[in-house]
Design a protein around this ligand. Structure first.
Ligand SMILES: [Zn+2]
Length: 330
């Protein structure tokens, strides 16, 4: 329970204030445990239900004849925990990794995935400045020191503004389950990352939404998008940044781009129908949270409406953060 409070708070915009103590959130955390999301850190360390999947993304012919298809392998951490994805894009010789996990144990699985690929990791790309995507970057960078860790200028600015306090706060709860240091990304020069001569194109989210800033990576041919947390797939969306309208606008913007395959930040590879599903979730869940008397009531109502969605863990801190900083006054 105690650890979960810290994890939830880390995502709140009021994080720096929370770092000095926040008794209000303690009470909402007590109610959250009653909804069955307790024990998340220990569960997450057990990677038995974590998964790795491989799929081939068509280059769509956009690059002309003779362009080899890129392959995407995904490591998703335990669905009882953050259920967060790291996507490994593989060319014929090189590899690019997108996002770096929360727990050290999961970062180790990503390192093993890269090693098993037999490719040279050239670049690690961070989609946004949330700790479930960046805390594992330090051990990953240590394992592959030749790889550049990069992100956009906007994401780096958010990382620099929030990550030190977030890290300090999480370290008190998760101690040796998370890395001992942060790796700060560099700003990517230009808006492409090259893998074996093919360009992956960075697409920045136009609005603050799931996070303040976010970026995705388009595979050649623009049929497939490594979407980061603009897209969740059958995993509870984290609505703790009070920018749900911006998230809806981002989903609309992405939908207009015409991608047909999505590698989400949380959940399995999917298609464009998930953009509508995510929008529907936001439109349904925000009124539930605004109307609920307590966080526990909101969690129960959301679970009843979305019984098949993974990660009570994410639901817990989504609702706790929403109640702490976003909920409309009654
Ligand atoms: Zn995330």
């Amino acid at each position: 329970m105690h650890a979960k409070k810290h994890f939830g708070l880390a995502f709140a915009l009021t994080l720096v204030a929370a770092c000095g103590g926040n008794e209000t959130t303690s009470s909402t955390t007590s109610t959250s445990s009653a909804s069955g999301t307790g024990g998340a850190p220990a569960t997450t360390s057990d990677s038995a239900s974590a998964s790795t999947s491989t799929s081939t993304s068509s280059a769509g012919g956009a690059g002309g004849g003779g362009v080899a298809d890129l392959t995407v392998q995904t490591y998703q951490s335990d669905v009882a925990g953050p259920a967060v994805d790291s996507h490994l894009i593989l060319g014929s010789k090189e590899a690019v990794l997108v996002d770096g996990q929360f727990f050290k144990a999961d970062a180790a699985k990503v390192i093993a995935l890269v090693n098993a690929s037999g490719k040279t990791l050239t670049t690690v790309f961070l989609t946004h400045a949330h700790p479930d995507h960046y805390l594992g970057l330090d051990p990953i960078h240590a394992a592959f020191p030749q790889a550049k860790v990069v992100t956009t200028a906007a994401v780096l600015a958010e990382f620099k503004a929030k990550s030190a306090a977030t890290f300090m706060y999480l370290k008190t709860s998760f101690t040796d389950q998370i890395a001992d240091a942060l790796t700060t990304p560099e700003v990517l020069a230009g808006n492409t990352i090259t893998i074996d001569g093919q360009a992956l194109t960075v697409i920045e989210a136009p609005h603050a939404g799931e996070s303040g800033s976010a970026a995705a990576l388009a595979l050649p041919g623009k049929k497939a998008l490594i979407a980061g947390d603009v897209v969740y797939h059958d995993v509870h969306l984290v609505l703790g940044e009070c920018a749900w309208q911006g998230w809806l606008d981002n989903l609309t913007a992405v939908k207009a781009m015409g991608f047909t395959t999505f590698y989400p930040g949380h959940g399995a590879k999917t298609d464009a129908t998930t953009l509508d599903a995510d929008a529907a979730y936001i439109k349904a869940v925000v009124p539930i949270m605004d109307g609920a008397a307590t966080a526990a009531d909101a969690k129960a109502a959301i679970k009843a409406k979305y019984p098949g969605y993974a990660s009570d863990f994410l639901l817990g801190f989504s609702v706790d953060n929403y109640f702490a900083g976003c909920k409309k006054a009654p």
